[in-house]
Design a protein around this ligand. Sequence first.
Ligand code: COA
Length: 320
Amino acid sequence: MMPQRSHLVGFGSYLPKKIVTNDDLAHYVDTSHEWIYERTGIVQRHISDEQETAVYMGTQAALKALEFAGEKAEEVDAIFVATSTPDQIFPSTAARIQAELSIKHGFAMDITAACSGFVYALATANAFILSGQIKNALVIGTEVYSRLLDWSDRRTCVLFGDGAGAVLVKAKNKEGGILSSHLHSDGSIGDILYVDGALGIKDASGYIRMNGREVFRHAVMRLSEVVDEALKSNGMTKESVNWLVPHQANLRIIKAMGKKLGLMDSQVIVTVDRHANTSAASIPLALDEAIRGGRIKKDDTILLEALGGGLTWGAILAIY
Ligand code: COA
């Protein structure tokens, strides 16, 4: 009998109501639409209000993913939430979302891998499904990066946005689904992108700090390696990839990866122009848009990749 595989069966997302354009930001810091757009491809971002918490947005995205799949919340075995911006240190965002969905069985946990968080969380869900411990999982990325930003630091505050995305994965005795996942980290270069401090740490700002040039350099290098690794481990060539669904940090990094894979621009899902970098939420937001928009179709091969603070990076190859 065909072994169980994790299939992506439901997709949902949530974006805060408030939109902040590059021109709006130029009122706060010494920047311009041209500078931001030329270097990053970003035009605008969504910013949460007080009600649009990580739990609220994650729950909304999860409900839409369940609706898409025609599944009920009480059927969900596990919830994995990727976030670097939890509303509380604990209970986890995942446990809070579990409660919002009135689920009382199974388990829920948060995974922190900064912008690689969704890839890490989906890889974890896949491992639990392949081991036979669960039959399905909600995998959610939900982020309120506006809380982590120093709004007087033009080098970082223009790059990020808030939002959430969710995917329901389900075990099926059927070919396709997640083919493989590839996770990496290198803590020795953690200081090129980090949050300065945590609760109770003296003299810490609690804000994101970044060496943009170094992050850019590592992103292109590491993502190229991991994409090759994903293809090689499946005995596939780049021609078999129909869609690149990358983490949305910077259009120049995204385009470099599309070019490496020999893809046309139309085969690369881009949301960074409208969402900016929503960290762990960016891939499920992009997936939801591309699937509901009818671009990614059944049996298409999709490649997810991301790099973030840690450094962490990874890729997942899947058939929808
Ligand atoms: N508006 C206007 N000027 C800005 C600016 C802004 N928002 N941010 C920085 N600058 C200035 C800098 O102060 C610097 O001026 P100086 O030379 O007078 O000091 C100049 O622009 C160049 O800065 P630099 O940081 O070298 O720019 P860059 O070409 O590397 O672009 C990034 C900066 C952040 C856009 C780019 O490095 C990048 O995209 N890196 C990857 C970041 C990323 O994706 N992080 C998340 C990963 S998950």
